[in-house]
Design a protein around this ligand. Structure first.
Ligand code: CP
Length: 319
C-alpha cells in the first residue's frame, strides 16, 4: 500500500470556494482586476525563480493554458504533465506520482483529476501547495472566481443579482463552486436542469438558492444566465435522452429575451453548440464566453501570487 508522509503544517492551497472566507475571495478578485490591467506583453518578476507543475489527468484547453500563461507572465517556470505520457501509464499510483513530483520541490502543484476530493486528500500529506483545477464533480474554484470577475466587470456587484444556473447541475463542479461563491455574496441563484441531475439537496449548498425544472421560469428576469456543459464523461448511465436535451434546456434567443434587458450569458466552455446553446446566443453581444477565458488568466495570476505570498511569509518566519 503506498503511503504519503505528513510533512508538518499544511501550506496554503486553493482547493475549493466552500471553505474560503469572503475577504480572501474579495482579495483574489481585486488582484484579478489588477492583473487584468497589466498589458499581456509585460513579464513580471513576482514569481521569478518559482516552478509550477501543471498536472492534468483530464482534458483541458482553457484552464491548463491559462495557468501556464499566468505563471509565465509572473516570471515562473512551468512543467506540464499529462496522464498520458507520465509514469501513471506504466502503473504508478497517484500517490507515488505526487510524492515523486513533490520530491523535486516545485513551489505549487496545479492538479485536475476526475476523482472528487483527490486534491484535498493529497494536500493533507504533501508539503507542496496545491491548486485545484477541477476535481470530478466537486469544485472548480478558479472557474467560479473568473466567473465572478466577469459578472462584476459588467454588473458592478454580485449582491441581489438573479443568476440562473442551467444544465447538468449535479455533475458540474462549475455549478458547485459558483453556488458557494455567488451565494456568499448575496446573489439569488435559480438552479434549472433535468430532474435526474438536480434535486432540492442542491438548494441547501448556500443561502438564496432555489430550484425549477422549467427553463423559461429560470431565465425570466435573470441578470445572469450561466449555462453548463453536459458532462457526458461523468454519466455512467444515461440520465436524460441526449437528443431531447436541447429542446428543454438549450438556450435560445427567445429565452434570452425573457431575461432582463441587460442580461449577460456565461458558459465555462467548452461549449457544445446546438446541445447547450445556439450559435446566435453564443456569438451575441450578451455572451461573455470569451471574456471569461480572458479573465481566467488574470484570476490565475492572482491565485498563484496568493499561494506563493503565504510561502514567502513562512520562509520569513523560519529565518
Ligand atoms: N472551463 C474549463 O474548465 O475549461 P477546460 O476544460 O478547457 O479547462
Amino acid at each position: 500500500m503506498p503511503t504519503l508522509l505528513s510533512r508538518g503544517p499544511s501550506p496554503r492551497s486553493l482547493l475549493g470556494i466552500e471553505h474560503l472566507q469572503r475577504p480572501e475571495i474579495e482579495r483574489l478578485l481585486e488582484r484579478g482586476t489588477h492583473y487584468k490591467s497589466v498589458p499581456p506583453f509585460m513579464k513580471l518578476d513576482t514569481l521569478r525563480g518559482r516552478s509550477i507543475v501543471n498536472l492534468f489527468f483530464e482534458p483541458s484547453t482553457r484552464t491548463r493554458t491559462s495557468f501556464e500563461i499566468a505563471a509565465k507572465r509572473l516570471g515562473a517556470d512551468t512543467i506540464d504533465i499529462q496522464a498520458l505520457g507520465s509514469s501513471l501509464s506504466k502503473g504508478e499510483s497517484l500517490v507515488d506520482t505526487l510524492n515523486t513530483l513533490a520530491a523535486m520541490n516545485p513551489d505549487i502543484i496545479v492538479m485536475r483529476h476526475s476523482a472528487s476530493g483527490a486534491p484535498h486528500f493529497l494536500s493533507r500529506y504533501l508539503s507542496t501547495p496545491m491548486i485545484n483545477a477541477g476535481d470530478g464533480r466537486h469544485e472548480h474554484p478558479t472557474q467560479a472566481l473568473l466567473d465572478a470577475l466577469t459578472i462584476l466587470e459588467v454588473k458592478g456587484t454580485l449582491e441581489g443579482l438573479r443568476v440562473a444556473i442551467i444544465g447538468d447541475i449535479s455533475h458540474s463542479r462549475v455549478a458547485r463552486s459558483n453556488i458557494h461563491l455567488l451565494g456568499s455574496f448575496g446573489a439569488d441563484i435559480v438552479l434549472c436542469g433535468p430532474a435526474t441531475t438536480v434535486s432540492e439537496n442542491m438548494t441547501r449548498l448556500a443561502p438564496g438558492v432555489s430550484l425549477t425544472y422549467d427553463m423559461r421560469e429560470a431565465v425570466r428576469d435573470a441578470d445572469v444566465v450561466m449555462m453548463l456543459r453536459v458532462q457526458l464523461e461523468r454519466q455512467n448511465v444515461e440520465v436524460f435522452p441526449k437528443n431531447e436535451y436541447f429542446r428543454y434546456f438549450g438556450l435560445t434567443l427567445e429565452h434570452v429575451q425573457l431575461a432582463k434587458q441587460e442580461a449577460i450569458v456565461l458558459h465555462p466552455g467548452p461549449i457544445n453548440r446546438g446541445r447547450e446553446i445556439t450559435s446566435e446566443v453564443a456569438d451575441s453581444q450578451r455572451s461573455m464566453i470569451l471574456s471569461q477565458v480572458e479573465n481566467g488568466v488574470a484570476i490565475r495570476m492572482a491565485v498563484l501570487e496568493w499561494v506563493c505570498s503565504e510561502q514567502d511569509g513562512r520562509k520569513r518566519c523560519a529565518s
